[in-house]
Unconditional design. Structure first.
Length: 56
């Protein structure tokens, strides 16, 4: 069973690249802003979170 990875990134190209690189190894959930990331993490707790630190 794959670990669940939440990626929070507002840059769509970078987000797509990360998904492409990691999708074979993780079940991926994405969010494009901090609020959505928090909501998704609360709804279905991920094993790992990768988050952009410079986000509006």
């Amino acid at each position: 069973m794959k670990k669940k990875l939440l990626i929070v990134e507002d840059n769509e190209k970078l987000l797509a690249t990360m998904v492409t690189l990691l999708e074979d190894h993780f079940e991926i959930v994405t969010a494009t802003n901090g609020r959505d990331g928090i909501d998704r993490a609360k709804l279905d707790v991920p094993d790992i979170i990768i988050s952009d630190i410079m986000m509006p």
